[in-house]
Design a protein around this ligand. Structure first.
Ligand SMILES: [Zn+2]
Length: 273
């Protein structure tokens, strides 16, 4: 494995025929999936451009080049049609983060598709995960300003990412780990299910052939990178606010959040699950 070398392939295609690119620091032609691989995902919602840019800058960074021995795959744009349009949904208006087979519901606050895995983008992601069996999955979103671990097997990964931040860098975030005890993977009735969500499918719904489950952390980027503390409740308008901030000064937002995000991603990639 060569640290700075990047191997590229497409994991499938969008409804409108765009490739869904994957970048890795190991050769996809490998005979078997590497042990303890980390999968980093951005752009599942096409109107969250910071998630795409921060992953693209990660695999061009010095931190990436120093990840020798830690197999990593980056999918910066899981929803290329949505990215092209600047919309949350795919080309037929489905939220890919509600289309997975874990507590899927037809009646959902966001359009969840005709059935679980009805969308080519979500099927491509599912099939890629089942083929490459990443031990750790980190999915980036805008902008609930937190690290959210799904499933008790994910607590250690979330804590390692949190430990990768110094006190200053933690300020705009909070850490949320599973509300269930260790060993209790089943989604409890009392736990607030997010129907069809990718994170809950990985964290609670998915078991690999060897009986293990991936550690799954959703990295919600800061709502306000300059915040002295992450408030308990974000304003209802937090997404409008983040888009206004991005319009005004995308470079400033990236400058403020990139060091912390890259530190957390590095910690995730190095974490020995
Ligand atoms: Zn999102």
């Amino acid at each position: 494995m060569s640290g700075s070398q990047i191997f590229i392939r497409s994991i499938g295609h969008s409804l409108e025929g765009l490739g869904i690119p994957a970048y890795a620091n190991f050769d996809f032609a490998a005979a078997a999936p590497p042990e303890n691989a980390t999968l980093l995902i951005g752009g599942m919602h096409g109107n969250e451009p910071a998630t795409v840019v921060l992953l693209e800058s990660f695999f061009q960074s010095a931190a990436w080049a120093a990840l020798d021995g830690c197999p990593v795959i980056v999918l910066p744009l899981a929803n290329p049609d949505g990215g092209k349009r600047g919309t949350r949904y795919n080309a037929r208006g489905v939220d890919l983060n509600r289309n997975c087979d874990c507590h899927w519901r037809a009646a959902s606050e966001e359009p969840s598709g005709a059935a679980p895995w009805s969308e080519p983008e979500s099927r491509a992601l599912r099939d890629f995960i089942l083929a490459w069996l990443p031990a750790k999955i980190v999915s980036l979103h805008w902008a609930l300003a937190e690290l959210d671990a799904d499933g008790p097997q994910s607590t250690g990964l979330a804590e390692a990412m949190w430990a990768g931040l110094d006190e200053m860098a933690r300020r705009p975030y909070r850490l949320r780990v599973s509300e269930l005890g260790r060993g209790q993977r089943r989604l409890a009735q009392t736990y607030v299910a997010c129907p069809g969500s990718f994170g809950q499918w990985c964290g609670y719904g998915l078991t690999y052939p060897d009986g293990t489950a991936p550690a799954m952390v959703t990295l919600e980027l800061p709502h306000d990178p300059q915040a002295a503390n992450r408030p308990d409740d974000l304003p209802d308008s937090h997404l409008d606010e983040i888009r206004a901030l991005w319009q005004k000064d995308a470079a400033g937002y990236l400058r403020a959040v990139e060091p912390g995000v890259h530190a957390m991603l590095t910690a995730a990639c190095r974490f020995p699950k």
